[in-house]
Design a protein around this ligand. Structure first.
Ligand SMILES: NC(=O)C1=CN([C@@H]2O[C@H](COP(=O)(O)OP(=O)(O)OC[C@H]3O[C@@H](n4cnc5c(N)ncnc54)[C@H](O)[C@@H]3O)[C@@H](O)[C@H]2O)C=CC1
Ligand SMILES: CCCCCC(=O)/C=C/C=C\C/C=C\C/C=C\CCCC(=O)O
Length: 261
């Protein structure tokens, strides 16, 4: 499937799931702006990707999603370089229950900030040409993950925000689809040094390791393939797609509130 002529912005693009998404977008002929706080890693990755996919198709932008100023400037530079933005993957996230305010700031506020800034360029009611925004949730955004209450709260926030924005977009005619990807355990850097990341809940690390053994672990590429499906399938809006070793599943939620009823 070709995304030729389409431009994507990916946050948390240098490692893990974000990096896998960058690669699958480039393999499908999109142009990609990589946003990350890891400047040296981002520059060397972009140089390598430029050699493989063409330097005109890939751009690194040093950007902390906690900073409105840096994020706004990064979107502007992506538009200046590529002409428009069609696909946004708000993916940057951390797991740290000790620095829990930062976890909220990156995982939830960063996604909201990235969504609103993206809409400034994509919203059809403001001269944009529409597109799709995918936000990274987690299985922890669908049910409680007891060793990480704050991380769980941020991911529930991401899933709910995404679904509410999908509905708002439909009602308001933004022409932008919104979906959340909800992976189980993924083999990335975030999945290392667990006791430190759990802070006051580090005593639950062993019990969680049992859960990991039971549920299994997936690769970043498996997540990227699931995200690509929601990018390209124009029928998908307001979805939360769970990605697990046993496969993918679109989650059915109770229909408690609908503006159309
Ligand atoms: N690894 C896992 O088991 C799972 C991860 N997730 C979510 O997937 C997303 C990506 O996580 P991973 O790839 O696993 O992590 P990772 O640690 O491998 O990669 C995260 C990337 O985000 C960047 N980043 C961190 N803070 C940033 C900031 N303030 N601004 C911009 N970039 C920043 C890092 O430099 C890094 O390149 C996160 O939202 C995470 O919560 C969801 C489910 C499972
Ligand atoms: C069921 C909820 C899945 C949520 C996944 C998620 O968003 C992030 C998970 C990140 C880390 C997992 C946290 C604790 C894992 C505990 C031990 C890991 C043991 C690793 C090992 O080497 O076996």
């Amino acid at each position: 499937m070709s995304l030729r002529g389409q431009t994507a912005v990916v946050t948390g693009a240098v490692m893990g799931i974000g990096r896998a998404m960058v690669e699958i977008l480039l393999q499908n002929d999109a142009k990609v702006a990589l946003l990350d706080v890891n400047k040296s890693g981002g520059e060397s990755l972009t140089e390598a990707l430029g050699k493989q996919y063409g330097s005109q198709n890939v751009l690194f932008l040093d950007c902390d999603v906690e900073s409105e100023e840096q994020f706004k400037a990064a979107f502007k530079r992506a538009v200046d370089a590529f002409g428009q933005i069609d696909i946004v993957f708000n993916n940057a996230g951390i797991l740290n229950e000790a620095t829990w305010e930062k976890t909220v700031s990156i995982n939830l506020l960063g996604v909201i900030r990235g969504t609103y800034l993206a809409l400034e360029h994509m919203n059809k009611t403001h001269g944009g040409r529409g597109g799709v925004i995918i936000n990274t949730g987690s299985m922890a955004g669908l049910g409680p993950f007891s060793c990480c209450p704050v991380y769980t709260a941020t991911k529930h926030g991401v899933v709910s925000f995404t679904r509410a924005m999908a509905s708002a977009s439909t009602v308001s005619g933004y022409g932008v689809r919104f979906n959340a990807v909800c992976p189980g355990f993924v083999q990335t850097d975030l999945f290392s040094n667990i006791p430190i990341r759990l802070g006051q809940y580090s005593h639950m690390a062993d019990a969680t390791a049992q859960l990991v053994k039971k549920m299994g672990v997936i690769t970043p590429s498996q997540v990227a393939e699931a995200v690509l499906e929601m990018v390209t399938d124009e029928t998908k809006n307001g979805e939360a797609l769970m990605v697990m070793p046993k496969g993918k599943e679109y989650i059915t939620f109770p229909n408690l509130i609908s503006p159309n009823k």
